[in-house]
Design a protein around this ligand. Structure first.
Ligand SMILES: [Zn+2]
Length: 91
């Protein structure tokens, strides 16, 4: 996401506030938070995806069970991996 103030794409990661990554604009110094997409899946579904993945199910099987596309399963898995490693997403 570009800076909402000056529309510059030049940004650096700052801190995490309320579980959301904050960025700082290199051009104007404005700090901002990236908002979630409306299509973001709830945390409960992401945890369920992780549980099913750890149980040995594949992306396509999990997608069929939960009614999501396999790509969404992969994205959720990556987000969960980041949250386990200490990074937090926009949820
Ligand atoms: Zn800016």
């Amino acid at each position: 996401m570009n800076c909402p103030k000056c529309k510059s794409a030049d940004k650096i990661k700052k801190d995490i506030l309320n579980g959301k990554q904050r960025y700082g604009c290199k051009s104007c110094g404005h700090h901002y938070t990236v908002m979630c997409k409306k299509t973001a899946k709830p945390d409960a579904m992401k945890q369920q995806i992780l549980y099913l993945y750890l149980a040995g199910l594949g992306f396509r099987a999990i997608g069929r069970m939960l009614g999501v596309y396999p790509l969404q399963v992969i994205r959720s898995r990556v987000i969960l991996r980041m949250s386990i490693a200490g990074y937090t997403c926009c949820q």
